[in-house]
Design a protein. Structure first.
Length: 255
């Protein structure tokens, strides 16, 4: 009970901090209506300190808060959540302790992994057709939505199946650099495709062709990469270059 109360208090604190960061002037606007900010940093800090479950709870709180206080309302909150989740689920999957025996006995892991891989390949293929193919074939937003939902759902399923290693492994710069590269790739692919095929056409009535002319795909990908790198770097410095991590670990042991 004590630990549950502590977790609720921690989640509330992080969500409140997200609200403060959202209305603060700590951001850099861009020419395409997007901004580089540190609003999602508390989600990453929560992950490094407390793990995936707490981080996802904070991200859910972030969605609710941004839906209320952000100028973009629910649409902006949705895209922020979609962009942030890969930054915590990717490292969660990479640190799983999975044995051959557990895989044989756990069909859910296998199914989740296969679905997430197939869905990600589909999103990569859509992005290729959008950006690299001479025909530039465009797809229905519904197809993109189904592929994205399948990817995120299966991605989350895989991350929940096995016990993780210690969060302390992220203290090593080489480890966090590897995680950052993979997480940014996942984030860049998913958010770029969803923005061009779903968010802009459906909510802002901007056709995909016009959106690609307004914001080239590599700009969209690059802005998400910068945003993701900034969030992870700031969170990592706050957690592992201060006494925050050791303090939380001692507090959990005592509780």
């Amino acid at each position: 009970m004590k630990r549950n109360s502590q977790e609720i208090a921690v989640i509330g604190l992080f969500v409140a901090l997200i609200a403060v960061l959202q209305v603060s002037p700590l951001y850099v606007p861009t020419a395409w209506g997007m901004r580089i900010d540190i609003v999602a940093v508390p989600v990453l800090v929560a992950f490094f300190l407390y793990g995936l479950r707490t981080a996802l709870a904070v991200s859910a709180g972030m969605f609710i808060v941004l839906s209320i206080v952000a100028a973009e309302s629910v649409i902006g909150a949705s895209m922020k959540w979609i962009a942030t989740v890969p930054m915590v689920i990717t490292p969660a999957i990479l640190r799983l302790q999975v044995s051959k025996e557990s895989l044989r006995n756990d069909i859910g892991t296998i199914v989740g992994a296969v679905i997430s891989i197939v869905a990600l390949i589909a999103l990569v293929g859509i992005m290729y057709e959008m950006a690299g193919s001479e025909s530039r074939e465009l797809y229905s937003p519904i197809i993109v939505l189904i592929a994205s939902a399948a990817f995120y759902g299966a991605f989350y399923l895989v991350s929940q199946r096995h016990e993780p290693q210690s969060l302390g492994i992220y203290k090593e710069p080489k480890t966090i650099a590897t995680v950052l590269i993979l997480a940014v790739l996942v984030r860049g692919i998913t958010t770029t495709v969803i923005n061009y095929y779903f968010t802009l056409p459906v909510f802002f009535d901007i056709p995909t062709e016009a959106a690609l002319e307004w914001v080239p795909w590599y700009v969209m990908f690059g802005l998400n990469a910068i945003q993701g790198a900034l969030e992870v770097t700031v969170a990592w410095l706050l957690v592992f270059k201060t006494k925050a991590f050791s303090y939380v670990q001692k507090a959990y042991i005592q509780s």
